[in-house]
Design a protein around this ligand. Structure first.
Ligand code: 5GP
Length: 204
């Protein structure tokens, strides 16, 4: 029987909405979902580990990855490159395991072009004021970067229309539950199961 492919799940949304926090909480629950580690040219923040949070690269190294077609998508975001290494994503879904990509909206649109069968989830902030609080609260950015990120965020919220699901991040544990429910429902879709139950459906 043909092995069912894993799901490619894209979690995106505006800057500061809490994609990283929600993804981290989901990861700690030890579900069977795998996580894609992105490459970036931005400097590591305190506590970030190469190969766990990101693969930290120079601009030159990143541009070589682009030239060699090693990235499923990439985007330039607030002065740095971010991209998804393609090999791990391919191997994981071909092995029948689900994988989640936590990426910003330009990259998510590019993934949609290459993997239209992906599941696109938009993480929504409860309000713009709350979004700004979260960006300021993180305390890792200068005023200038915060303003830039808020401008980008307003345009990014518009992108909600291009997604399959919208999950409000009012509370992290609730957002995590909603994402798990989406993944469960996607696995129950008829078109994914038709092959598995073929014999049963044929015997009338
Ligand atoms: P941060 O610098 O706060 O870790 O990430 C900045 C933004 O880049 C976040 O919105 C994050 O989701 C996004 N990002 C992280 N990895 C990738 C990636 O591989 N591709 C794209 N397009 N965006 C990413």
């Amino acid at each position: 029987m043909k092995k069912e492919k894993g799901l490619l799940i894209v979690l995106s949304g505006p800057a500061g909405v809490g994609k990283g926090t929600v993804c981290g909480a989901l990861r700690r629950e030890n579900t069977s979902i795998q996580y894609s580690v992105s490459a970036t040219t931005r400097a590591p923040r305190d506590g970030e580990v190469n190969g766990v949070n990101y693969f930290f690269k120079t601009r030159e190294q990143f541009e070589t990855m682009i030239a060699n077609d090693q990235l499923l998508e990439w985007a330039e975001y607030v002065g740095n490159y971010y991209g998804t290494p393609i090999d791990y994503v391919r191997e994981t879904i071909n092995n029948g395991q689900d994988i989640i990509l936590e990426i910003e909206v330009q990259g998510a649109l590019k993934v949609r072009e290459r993997f239209p069968e992906g599941i696109f989830i938009f993480l929504m902030p409860p309000s713009l004021a709350e979004l700004r609080n979260r960006i300021v609260g993180r305390g890792t950015e200068t005023e200038d970067v915060i303003d830039k990120r808020m401008t980008v965020a307003r345009d990014e919220i518009e992108m909600m229309k291009r997604y399959d699901y919208v999950v409000e991040n009012d509370q992290v544990h609730l957002a995590v539950e909603r994402i798990k429910a989406i993944v469960t429902a996607e696995h129950c879709k008829r078109e994914r199961l038709i092959e598995k139950y073929k014999e049963l459906v044929e015997v009338k």
